[in-house]
Design a protein. Structure first.
Lengths: 275, 341
């Protein structure tokens, strides 16, 4: 059995089917990227993994146990940072640390906060309020908060999509560095194929919604650490990117041609999984 | 330079924006802009005031009532000065009374060693400034009572849809009720229930404060409910992921997030309370500005109208200051909601 497992998971909002028949198996220590268009239900998927939403059909399991609600074993980095604007950077992280490790001494908790701030290079902004930070810095705080929870799985919901290209690049390298240091299980949701290729062991494309489902997985055999500049000339990288992109475009085209005719819903697709 | 910057920030936070162009002028910052700002912030209100005074004087000369002609600005001003003089005279008499008493005490204790000196309190009439102070005490007692009731109920309304639906129709029902309708009920209930031989507060004070509370709790209640109900769902998701306890969630997320709304409500409540207070004091015969107006009205002397007008201006000025104070508090607790996006 895989560490994090989705079996036949479906989710509807009212009559609208958002996700239909999802199967996903993620091993411990694996970095998986789920790539898809905006509005394909990616955030719904991460909310199901986090337990913020419960599936209408199928099950989500972590380490064999059915996920019945949110919990600190799954650290979430939200798309819009979700920092509390009335708390400073350190207080935002301390809120998580204090509530999750009440048995620690105050000194140890504060040291834990500082260490994670240093991990994302934000020690200098310790006592600033979120509004005094740039978007990239806020997202680092959010990453530090999730890491400070010491979760078993890190769920990244389009963490970099609101940032400019340069900031995004440097944060990608930082995520890769942090992941390489302790090899947590990571699920990254993104709309950027390159980002997935740079960071992940495995990329799973998502069909456009409604009734979205997962496409065939693609393994990323590129050696680590991956250098963004070198990758641009790497033949394997180019081939992978082309194949994922064309799969996504084909899926979108199928959706478009199918949509106006309003065909009855197709039976759930069974994606190819290797587990 | 830094000091001036801080002064500007202070003025902006306290609503003294009038002074900002003056401060900027001090360091010769774009004089043209500052002069035009001064014209807008000081000149125009001054023009408005002059027009008002002119219209008032013209009207005063032409309106005759059963107790003399309508007083103009100068008469009202003279009455205000008279009230201040009266206050000072009363304070002098009080001082003299206590000085005499202290003297007598020394002689008494010499004559009858070991006997207890029967100290007496000065029993002069309350001055205008005493009335103002009483009014402020009453309004703050009522406002405090209203806040203690409204904030918790508002938080519950915001947290629980069920509670909101249970309570909301009755909030809507009682919200528009005038203080004049509440007051008789409150007075009778206070007479019946507040029976103590040595009461801490006068009955009229309790009735007025409760009436103020009943009329002023609604804005705080409604705003608190809205503030708590409109918390960013992402912030609640953070609380869920961290599995924060109900109490921690309330303290760390719900209340700070709703605080700007709560203070907006408190600000509205205080201004409603101040308005209601005057009517309540008139009818409950609680000492204070309302009773002052009522007594002057009953008095019917040639100065009545001028004195009532002094009271009207006093009520207005105090209401304005209270509102500014609350505005400052409101700005201190508000945070940039857009900061999270």
């Amino acid at each position: 059995m895989a560490f994090l497992e989705l079996n036949g998971v479906s989710k509807n909002f009212g009559h609208a089917s958002v996700l239909r028949g999802l199967d996903l198996h993620i091993e411990r220590g694996e970095f998986v990227a789920i790539v898809g268009f905006s509005g394909s239900g990616k955030t719904t998927l991460i909310n199901l993994l986090a337990g913020l939403l419960l599936p209408d059909a199928g099950t989500v399991r972590l380490d064999g146990r059915v996920v019945a609600g949110p919990g600190p074993d799954r650290g979430v980095v939200f798309q819009n940072y979700s920092l509390l604007p009335w708390l400073t950077v350190a207080e935002n992280i301390a809120l998580a640390v204090d509530s999750l490790f009440p048995s620690w001494t105050a000194a140890r908790r504060s040291e834990h906060v500082d260490r994670h701030l240093a991990m994302v290079n934000l020690s200098a902004a310790r006592d600033k309020l979120p509004r005094q930070l740039s978007g990239g810095m806020r997202q680092r705080v959010s990453v530090a908060r999730a890491l400070a929870m010491d979760p078993q799985v890190l769920l990244l919901d389009e963490p970099l999509s609101a940032l400019d290209a340069l900031t995004r690049g440097s944060l990608q390298s930082e995520i890769a560095r942090i992941w390489a240091a302790d090899r947590k299980t990571v699920v990254l949701i993104t709309n950027d194929v390159d980002e997935g290729l740079l960071l992940a062991d495995r990329i799973i494309p998502m069909t456009p919604g409604p009734g979205a489902t997962l496409g065939p997985e693609i393994r990323v055999p590129l050696s680590r650490p991956r250098d963004r500049k070198e990758l641009n000339h790497d033949a394997e990288f180019k081939r992978l990117r082309a194949s994922i992109t064309s799969w996504l475009l084909d899926a979108a085209a199928r959706r478009k041609s199918a949509a106006p005719t309003r065909l009855p819903a197709p039976p759930a697709l069974i994606p190819i999984t290797l587990s | 330079m830094n000091l001036l910057n801080r002064l500007i920030a202070f003025c902006e936070a306290t609503g003294l924006t009038v002074l900002v162009p003056l401060i900027r002028l001090c360091r010769a910052e774009e004089p043209r802009t500052q002069f035009s700002a001064l014209g807008r912030l000081v000149g125009l209100p001054l023009v408005g005031g002059l027009v008002f005074l002119a219209l008032w004087s013209a009207a005063a000369a032409n309106i005759h009532t059963s107790i003399g002609s309508l007083p103009g600005p100068t008469q009202v001003w003279n009455q205000a000065v008279g009230l201040v003089r009266e206050h000072n005279a009363e304070r002098r008499r009080e001082k003299a009374f206590y000085a005499r008493q202290a003297e007598l005490r020394v002689r008494y204790e010499k004559a009858f060693p070991g006997r207890h000196w029967p100290a007496r309190k000065y029993s002069g009439a309350p001055t205008y400034f005493d009335e103002i102070l009483t009014s402020l005490e009453t309004v703050f007692a009522g406002f405090l009572l209203a806040s203690l009731i409204a904030v918790p109920i508002g938080v519950l309304c915001g947290l629980s849809k069920g509670f909101f639906n249970t309570v909301n129709p009755y909030v809507q029902l009682f919200r528009p009720v005038s203080p004049l309708a509440w007051l008789p009920i409150v007075m009778i209930l206070v007479s019946a229930l507040y029976t103590s031989k040595d009461p801490l507060f006068a009955k009229s004070f309790v009735s007025s404060a409760i009436t103020v509370a009943l009329c002023s709790l609604w804005p705080t209640l409604v705003n608190t409910a809205i503030g708590v109900g409109s918390i960013d769902p992402d912030h609640l998701n953070v609380a869920r992921v961290l599995r924060l306890s109900w109490w921690v969630r309330l303290r760390k997320i719900v209340l700070p997030s709703a605080l700007p709304y709560i203070f907006t409500g408190l600000r509205l409540s205080l201004s409603v309370g101040w308005m209601v207070l005057i009517a309540a004091e008139m009818l409950a015969q609680n000492p204070g500005l309302g009773k002052f107006v009522w007594d002057m009205f009953q008095n019917g002397s040639s100065q009545t109208l001028a004195l009532i007008m002094v009271a009207v201006f006093t009520i207005g000025i105090i209401g304005f200051i209270l509102d500014r104070l609350m505005l400052t508090l409101q700005q201190l607790v508000s945070y940039d909601r857009s900061a999270n996006r």
